[in-house]
Design a binder for this molecule. Structure first.
Ligand SMILES: NC(=O)c1ccc[n+]([C@@H]2O[C@H](COP(=O)([O-])OP(=O)(O)OC[C@H]3O[C@@H](n4cnc5c(N)ncnc54)[C@H](O)[C@@H]3O)[C@@H](O)[C@H]2O)c1
Length: 326
């Protein structure tokens, strides 16, 4: 199979590269390396089945050719991470919407119908307070939405493009609403909580919990996520379907911080930082972010193999090993 991965030098994308190359597929990655890194692809850079193009998805001249070559496309290229979204609210909209539209238009023009999987986000549920978020729920967009919601709005626009191309142009697009994904190669630089907590626990400094720490999130290991994405992309009944992908084991950020300290055997303490200090402006957080997984489980057989504890142990060991080897 020929697989095109936009944003494939990033956290999730690079794990998809691993999965497909291990299976003997040919993989082409396009990435502008804005948050991704060639280090994530290092083992594959000289592999005969692998090709990398450093380019912006919005302007890449070879997009049509790459799309025509692919049997499957994962569209992951996007401006992501709370810090980047707050710093670059305009490029979030421009890149995420224009990139997705350009990609789907190229697929349509090519005439060939590869499987397309579009990475959306649980952020589209907005400030809903339901304990479990279901794909068929109404979504909330706040009036005079602050820039914090530009990411969600951009992903919602992408979803609408995807569903329209599926319905009116017969392109088999599956939309996945990814919930918090964690694992190796994720960086804490752009606001992701688990790599930051692990780093702080290993360093023996305070774990910085933003807000009061009561907010709940549910985490999935990226190595499980990519198996589910692969299964969804190859599933004949997912065209034009939106699917939550994640875990429904929610815990609060205070519990997460305690768990990381415990697994690391660390002497770190927990320090609460108000949102306006953490994010430099007024920030609205969401009390819960937990998926209803009924649809996912109806569509695919894969179930996660990693638990939160096994992932944390692995991340802690990797962080210590990097220290030991430097
Ligand atoms: N990690 C999560 O928990 C999570 C949750 C919800 C949704 N998602 C979505 O999954 C996808 C992958 O996220 P990730 O966590 O791997 O983030 P990431 O930042 O590691 O990956 C995004 C990749 O896209 C690349 N990129 C950004 N703009 C680009 C452009 N204009 N042209 C080409 N490449 C570009 C970046 O360099 C990076 O490699 C994103 O679409 C994100 O919105 C992730």
């Amino acid at each position: 199979m020929h697989v095109l991965i936009t944003g494939g030098a990033g956290f999730i994308g690079s794990h998809l590269v691993d999965l497909h190359l291990a299976r003997g597929d040919k993989v082409h990655v396009v990435d502008n390396l804005s948050t991704g890194s060639l280090d994530n692809l290092a083992p594959h850079l000289d592999s005969p089945g692998f090709r990398f193009s450093e380019a912006d998805i919005v302007t890449w001249p070879e997009l049509g050719e790459a799309v025509g070559w692919a049997d499957r496309i994962y569209h992951l290229a996007a401006v992501v991470g709370v810090f980047r979204v707050l710093e670059h609210p305009i490029s979030v909209m421009a890149t995420n919407i224009a990139g997705c539209e350009r990609l789907l238009r190229a697929v349509d023009h090519g005439g060939w119908r590869p499987q397309v999987l579009l990475a959306s986000s649980s952020e589209v549920y907005g400030p809903r307070t339901d304990p479990f978020l279901r794909e068929d729920m109404d979504l909330i967009i706040q009036p005079e939405a602050p820039p914090r919601w530009n990411y969600a709005i951009s992903k919602l626009a992408d979803e609408a493009f995807a569903l329209s191309y599926a319905r009116f142009k017969n392109i088999p697009v599956t939309v996945v609403r990814l919930f918090n994904t964690i694992g190796p190669r994720q960086t804490g630089r752009y606001g992701m909580v688990v790599p930051r907590f692990v780093r702080q626990a290993v360093d023996g400094v305070s774990l910085t919990v933003f807000g009061d720490g009561a907010q709940g999130r549910a985490f999935t290991d990226v190595r499980d996520t990519v198996v589910m994405l692969d299964e969804l992309a190859g599933c004949a009944t997912t065209s034009g379907v939106i699917v939550n992908v994640g875990s429904d084991n929610e815990l609060s950020m205070n519990e997460l911080a305690r768990r990381v300290i415990d697994r690391a055997g660390s002497s770190s303490r927990i320090e609460h930082i108000p949102y306006d200090i953490a994010y430099g402006q007024e920030y609205v957080d969401i009390p819960h972010r937990c998926p209803d997984l009924t649809r996912l489980h109806e569509l695919i057989a894969s179930r996660p193999r990693w638990t939160l504890d096994t992932t944390l142990d692995d991340l802690i060991a990797r962080t210590r090993h990097r220290e030991g080897s430097s």
